[in-house]
Design a protein around this ligand. Structure first.
Ligand SMILES: [Zn+2]
Length: 251
């Protein structure tokens, strides 16, 4: 039962996150205008707005103009639903499940806004940061919050240093402000050690994508947020394994 509940909550929130990621970077309201077909402006009724279900019933086409609906909508909804289910599957009834739900939500919104507009929204970062600190408090009291904020600040500073070096080498803006704020979130969720691993891994995650867009589209600008937040999720899920490896090799 709980899996079905999480999946449904996930696809509903996923559909909301998609709207946030698509509209907020343009400073548009999330509520107005009502959801409509971008091709014919046909305003969608409630039965055309059911996450995943409507897309499949309408065979991926608008009911009014019969043009194709972007696959991004069902994919984003499905991704959120699956990540929510996975959270409970991995961590069961625990604080870590709550943390993974927050990271998953942040991941989905950043995927939408950063790939499309090169923007990481402040709102979702602030809300996630607040919720993460609240969970840390419930888990380990003020002490835990203090440690979390310190490692967040540490990662924040590391990211600023990387940006300064990057700007010198590339002679232009190398990292966005959103990436630096995201590093703070990475620090408060994990700790400074795992946070550093996350930053290193994210560059490996980003490399194949960077090579593809450089050669295929000849674009020399790319979002880093999606890779940072994917790397965060990866390290969070495998934190025990990674901690063990670190102990064997370094500490
Ligand atoms: Zn239409």
């Amino acid at each position: 039962m709980i899996y079905i509940y999480l999946f449904i909550t996930g696809i509903i929130l996923g559909s909301f996150y998609n709207v946030v990621g698509l509209r907020r970077p343009l400073n548009e309201s999330i509520i107005k205008p009502r959801s409509h077909c971008p091709k014919c402006n046909h305003v969608l009724s409630w039965y055309e707005l059911i996450p995943l279900v409507s897309y499949f019933i309408q065979k991926g086409k608008c009911r009014n103009c019969h043009k194709k609906i972007s696959k991004e909508y069902p994919l984003i909804e499905l991704l959120t639903g699956l990540l929510f289910v996975l959270s409970y599957l991995i961590f069961g009834f625990s604080y870590n499940t709550l943390l993974m739900l927050i990271i998953s939500s942040l991941l989905v919104i950043i995927f939408v806004s950063d790939f499309k507009y090169y923007v990481i929204l402040d709102g979702p970062l602030v809300i996630s940061g607040f919720l993460i600190l609240l969970i840390k408090y419930l888990e380990g009291g003020l002490n835990q919050i203090f440690v979390a904020i310190l490692s967040g600040l540490f990662l924040f500073i590391v990211m600023i240093l990387i940006k300064m070096v990057g700007n010198k080498i590339f002679k232009r803006e190398s990292l966005g402000g959103g990436d630096i704020k995201l590093a703070f979130i990475i620090g408060i969720v994990l700790n400074y050690k795992l946070g550093l691993i996350t930053l290193i891994l994210s560059s490996f995650f980003a490399l194949p994508y960077a090579l593809i867009i450089l050669y295929k589209k000849n674009i020399d600008e790319m979002p880093l947020g999606p890779f940072l937040v994917s790397s965060l999720l990866f390290v969070f899920i495998f934190s025990d394994v990674i901690n063990n490896i670190l102990e064997v090799f370094f500490f």
